[in-house]
Design a protein around this ligand. Structure first.
Ligand code: SAM
Length: 435
């Protein structure tokens, strides 16, 4: 029993239920060790190999569904330690660009979660990012291992624009090896989680079966339900913002469901000029010019890229007449406007910092920066989220231990496939495999 080393569920031990009854009642789904015990006695569980395993978010979903990990690979030492401690001892630190896994017994499934940084719209989307090649590499290694089912996960932007070539290369390689393929779009919010997280899952199979890749949608869970009871758990160590710090003063002005944004209108956006105690005072006329630029920069587009353009002085003169020059001078001086060539644009033109989520709604994608108050705020406290809160929103079980710096924990959690999405994948894989 070197894999799945969680403690047996005390509820099951205490009331002495037998394995079958407990498994059917669902109690044992939370207890991977007992599931494996049961499966090895009466059935042969499906086995899987995990490439780019990270800390095992994807894998935990398969384990919850009764699948057994036989080997996992990742280049990051922290990810491997966490995998070994929380999922299975059979995890190896390896750079998969230099190492071809040799597996004694062909597994039923290979799962892979290669890096998404070069594809993600949250980053630079550099077409030449070296990490983009890891996507087709995952397909080649998986095909070399030769399982009956392969599932490769990535962000939806991996299959859009010029980046699509990497996705196609991966898919074409798998098809050349006689796999049938299907790309499934999945959103964590549609499987009952409290976050919007849209992902692509490439299924490749060689089992002479076709299935209906239909996601049975469940409503997303409210954040207050998801985060209930976290106070008592490990890895929950709230860090309130220092009173009177810049972040605190901004946070005080951002209500539930709102964010700091100068480039979007509406009641959900608080602008820097609404927070004079931090960003400096403005007159009513200056505010009018800023709000006018905010609208026009998006509505009157001239370039074919981006989603907004700087505004010309001539356009401002049409609106503000003789007031234009003094207003521009004042706003340049106060740091609210900047020159872009001969045109003008807003300073702080990010779309959404200090996003404060609301209890009766879901969060946006939990990424590696989820612990930064400048990006995400707790619904009713002036602080960022804790590691345990991020893990809960991602669907990690409460007994998953993060024994590392907070920065590392947020990286492992933000990079992970939510375990419930892994569990959904396991359901499709089981159908493809025939039981
Ligand atoms: C998106 S994360 C995987 C998350 C994982 N699927 C989960 O659910 O927890 C990508 C992983 O690829 C790993 N990685 C990046 N380059 C690698 C390489 N050359 N060889 C092996 N692993 C690599 C990173 O360390 C990171 O853990």
């Amino acid at each position: 029993m070197n894999c799945l080393r969680r403690k047996p569920n005390p509820d099951v031990q205490a009331n002495g239920q037998d394995f079958v009854t407990a498994l059917r009642s669902g109690i044992l789904h939370r207890n991977r060790m007992w599931v494996e015990l049961f499966m090895t006695r009466s059935d042969t569980p499906y086995q899987f190999v995990s490439l780019f395993s990270g800390c095992g978010g994807f894998d935990l979903g398969l384990v919850d569904a009764g699948f057994v990990p036989v080997q996992a690979y990742d280049s990051c030492a922290d990810a491997i330690c966490h995998y070994q401690r929380n999922v299975c001892s059979k995890a190896v630190q390896a750079d998969l660009t230099e190492f071809m896994p040799q597996i004694d017994r062909t597994p039923d499934i290979v799962i892979a979660g290669p890096p998404c940084q070069g594809f993600s719209t949250a980053g630079k989307r550099d077409l030449a990012d070296e990490r983009n090649h890891l996507l087709p590499l995952a397909g080649r290694i998986a095909a070399h291992i030769n399982p009956r089912v392969i599932v490769i996960e990535n962000v939806t932007a991996a299959a859009s624009g010029a980046h699509l070539k990497y996705w196609k290369e991966m898919e074409e390689h798998l098809r050349s090896k006689d796999y049938r393929t299907h790309t499934l779009k999945a959103n964590a919010a549609d499987i009952g989680l409290s976050q919007t997280r849209r992902r692509l899952l490439l299924f490749a199979w060689r089992t002479a079966r076709d299935i209906d890749f239909q996601i049975h949608a469940k409503p997303s869970r409210r954040l207050d339900v998801t985060l209930s009871g976290v106070e008592k758990l490990p890895n929950h160590d709230p860090e309130p913002l220092a009173v009177d710090s810049r972040d605190y003063r901004i946070a005080c002005r951002i209500g539930p469901g709102q964010k700091l944004s100068n480039v979007r209108g509406g009641s959900r956006s608080i602008h820097t000029w609404n927070i004079p105690e931090v960003f400096g005072k403005t007159t009513a006329a200056e505010c009018q010019m800023l709000e006018f630029i905010m609208r026009v920069r998006r509505q009157e587009r001239r370039r074919t890229f981006g989603d907004a353009d700087p505004v010309s002085v001539a356009r401002l003169k049409k609106q503000f007449k003789e007031q234009t020059t003094p207003l521009i001078q004042a706003l340049l001086h106060k740091g609210y406007l900047r020159r872009v060539g001969t045109d003008l644009d807003l300073c702080h033109s990010f779309n959404g910092k200090y996003r404060r989520f609301q209890w009766d709604d879901k969060a946006c994608t939990v990424d590696t920066r989820f612990g930064e108050a400048q990006l995400f705020l707790h619904p009713n406290e002036h602080r960022p989220f804790t590691v345990r809160e991020a893990a809960r929103i991602q669907g990690f079980p409460d007994d998953y231990v993060f024994d590392c710096t907070k920065r590392t924990a947020f990286r492992l959690i933000g990079n992970a496939v939510p375990p419930p999405m892994g569990r959904m994948v396991a359901g499709f894989a089981r159908e493809l495999l025939g039981r």
